[in-house]
Design a protein around this ligand. Structure first.
Ligand SMILES: Cc1cc2nc3c(=O)[nH]c(=O)nc-3n(C[C@H](O)[C@H](O)[C@H](O)COP(=O)(O)OP(=O)(O)OC[C@H]3O[C@@H](n4cnc5c(N)ncnc54)[C@H](O)[C@@H]3O)c2cc1C
Length: 502
């Protein structure tokens, strides 16, 4: 019989591990998935009992918490660079915001002007008031609704009903523990809520069946999926419905930045946070996992959780894991302080430029959308531009060209004062029928929260997935007692996963 290597024994002894009654849970990623997982683990299990204690360690490769919830600073103001809006029915986001004493930033009046650009002309345009009067806001809202109705007809109502049907199913994820099982796979979770079918077909197929007109699908719906997911109506139906929900009324955000949610969740969950520490390998050694980091550190963990999409990270797994091959959709977010040239859009004056210019699915359009974030004065504004490819300086100079002949001759032809570029590995490249990675990657204690992200990517879906994974962990790990046994009801639904562990 082969003797265990002496070096390996020494290694096992010295790698960072606390006493044996402490169960170390290691989470990779400090975004909403990782931070809300820590929160739910603490919420659903005692911090310590006489026999056991769980310590939670979060690794984050960046120097800030939040992942795709992050702000950029331009002209001294902070703007959302990633996840910017939250739906009024996102119960966890709302609950976190309230319980963490954060303030909700009220949604804008809704009267912001939208224009649909096809590269040569505006196909459709709404109007916005040029005053701060709430009465005028309401009148413009009504007028814009009539404009939408005139162009797209009653198909708009069918679109709203489609979103409502999806939302009704999604709300099942907030049901009590008695009704809601612990789910072992994404498929089970979606099937239970009545959402799985939406992931098997494209949004376009779903909407045609729901009776939407081709014009509404190719214009307004396309605009929304491009703005929210950088993709066309060929994304899967559920992601599409979530995207459409993100264009409705009552949307909100957190005063001072949405990234405060993960930051405060981590702060309040008794977590050890290792910032700027990237995990490079995860190896199963007997009953635990050894995590190695770029800092040359090794950590021994009883439970390891991946809370980031695995598609673009460099983590080596031993033994290897197998998940469906996927890719991320990249969105290039470019922030510019300057002044858009109305001439680029065939307009005469800056005042005529709509607050949101969104585009339809036409090849070679260089940007997906341009929105005004802040107006400092009539000739000084901050804009956010989304595009599928990086925006070159030459194009930005054309978009922000100064309409002044003297300055043009003097070669000071761009109004750009500040430009910030972010290349996001933004969300999954959704493709129906969706194939999901498992929540449990190895049949032991290696979990993957972002397996759920291929259903839909949002702050709330991250929290919903984390809540289920927290219950799954507590139901499967013998040493972790739950505060309330009903939390772990319906073990049967975890099915075969439990047997692997016993
Ligand atoms: C431009 C953009 C706009 C969006 N708009 C919205 C919106 O308006 N509303 C909405 O609800 N959602 C929106 N989303 C989606 C939303 O941001 C994401 O679904 C959500 O934030 C994902 O959170 P997460 O925790 O799963 O992943 P992430 O936020 O990506 O967190 C993962 C973290 O893990 C870290 N990490 C990765 N690998 C390692 C490693 N090896 N070691 C250590 N750390 C590692 C990363 O640095 C990252 O911080 C948007 C996304 C983008 C990009």
């Amino acid at each position: 019989m082969a003797k265990p290597s002496f070096l390996l024994l020494i290694l096992l002894f010295f790698i960072n591990k606390s006493d044996s009654s402490t169960h170390q849970i290691c989470i990779i990623g400090s975004g909403i998935a990782g931070s809300s997982l820590a929160h739910f683990l603490r919420k659903y299990s005692p911090q310590s009992t006489t026999t056991s204690h769980q310590s939670i360690l979060i690794f984050e490769r960046n120097d800030v918490i939040g992942g795709r919830m992050r702000t950029v600073s331009i002209g001294g103001d902070a703007f959302e660079a990633g996840a910017s809006i939250i739906h009024p029915k996102n119960h966890y986001a709302l609950e976190f915001t309230k319980s963490l004493n954060l303030s909700v930033r009220a949604p804008s009046s809704g009267a912001n002007s939208l224009a649909i650009w096809d590269g040569t002309r505006f196909l459709f345009q709404t109007f916005s008031p040029k005053s701060d009067s709430p009465i005028l806001d309401k009148m413009y809202d009504l007028f814009n609704s009539l404009l939408l109705l005139r162009r797209y007809g009653f198909s708009l109502i069918r679109m709203e009903r489609f979103v409502e049907r999806m939302l009704k199913c999604f709300l099942k994820f907030y049901e009590g523990f008695e009704e809601r099982p612990v789910f072992g796979t994404v498929e089970e979770m979606l099937k239970w809520a009545g959402l799985y079918e939406y992931t098997a077909r494209t949004l376009e197929e779903e909407l045609v069946d729901a009776g939407l007109s081709p014009l509404l699908i190719s214009e307004l719906v396309t605009v929304i999926t491009r703005v929210n997911y950088g993709q066309s109506v060929s994304i899967s139906g559920l992601a599409g419905a979530v995207s459409l929900a993100g264009s409705g009324g009552g949307l909100w955000s957190v005063e001072g930045g949405n990234c405060q949610i993960p930051a405060r969740l981590i702060q309040s969950s008794d977590v050890t946070l290792n910032l700027q520490e990237e995990i490079t390998s995860i190896s199963r050694l007997g009953n635990s996992y050894q995590l190695n980091s770029t800092k040359g550190n090794s950590y021994s963990c009883d439970i390891a959780v991946i809370a980031t999409p695995l598609d673009e990270v460099n983590i080596t797994f031993s033994p290897p894991i197998s998940i469906p091959e996927r890719k991320l959709q990249h969105t290039h977010a470019t922030f510019v302080r300057g002044l858009l040239d109305p001439g680029y859009f065939g307009l005469n004056s800056v005042a005529d430029i709509p607050e949101l210019i969104a585009t339809v699915e036409i090849p070679d359009l260089p940007f997906t959308c341009i929105s005004i974030l802040k107006k400092y004065s009539d000739d000084d504004m901050t804009y956010k531009i989304f595009s599928r490819a990086p925006l070159q300086d030459a194009l930005l100079d054309r978009l922000f060209r100064l309409n002044d002949y003297v300055l043009y001759i003097a070669s000071i032809y761009s109004s750009r004062k500040e430009t910030i570029r972010i290349n996001w590995g933004a969300y999954p490249h959704f493709k129906a029928p969706e194939v999901f990675a498992p929540f449990l990657l190895d049949g032991f204690h290696l979990y993957y929260v972002n397996a759920f992200e291929n259903a839909a990517s949002a702050i709330e879906t991250g929290a919903v997935a984390a809540e289920n994974v927290a219950r799954l962990i507590l139901s499967r790990y013998p040493g972790l007692n739950s505060r309330d046994s009903s939390i772990l009801t319906s073990f049967a639904h975890v099915g075969d996963l439990l047997h692997l562990d016993l």
